[in-house]
Design a protein around this ligand. Structure first.
Ligand SMILES: [Ca+2]
Length: 160
């Protein structure tokens, strides 16, 4: 029973730990579903074990959809990706961060990005209606309320 619970928990809220084979970086992040949106949140650390100019480069696998970020941040609605660059592919997000270290310091960088589906079905309408009038996860156009405008977006993205 406990194992079943842990498996379920793993599906709903999965934690990931990755390290670079060369020891340049470590990456910890979680992935969870919030309505039509998948939320990726974590931290990257660079290390100077073997080099004074370590590089982080990692490709996240994601669903198809629109890339965005948390509503509350320095740049509301935009991905929080404090790296040198990041690239959105069809089903990936690729981050790159290189740093020159004078000594053995390491400054962690925290990131968060969201991927929101653009294809919907009947189940989604029910979920949207259950959040009607709130500022829930089905506020697809990010105007602060789940209403007819969001329903229109769901109908626009109807899976055929
Ligand atoms: Ca809305």
């Amino acid at each position: 029973m406990f194992q079943v619970f842990m498996v379920l928990l793993g599906v709903l809220f999965s934690g990931h730990n990755e390290t670079d084979p060369d020891g340049d970086w470590s990456l910890e992040y979680t992935v969870h579903e919030d309505g039509p949106t998948t939320v990726y949140k974590g931290v990257v650390r660079l290390f100077t074990t073997d080099t004074t100019s370590p590089c982080f480069n990692y490709c996240f696998d994601t669903p198809e959809g629109v890339l965005s970020g948390p509503k509350v941040s320095h740049t509301p609605g935009q991905p929080v990706m404090p790296f040198d660059t990041y690239t959105r592919g069809e089903k990936t997000v690729d981050g790159l961060w290189c740093e020159q270290f004078k000594d053995d310091q390491q400054t962690p960088r925290y990131f968060e990005f969201h991927v929101t589906r653009t294809e919907f079905d009947g189940d989604d309408v029910n979920k949207l209606l259950s959040q009607w009038g709130t500022d829930g996860s089905w506020d697809l156009n990010s105007d602060g309320v789940v209403d007819g405008r969001d329903l229109a977006l769901v109908l626009n993205g109807w899976k055929t």
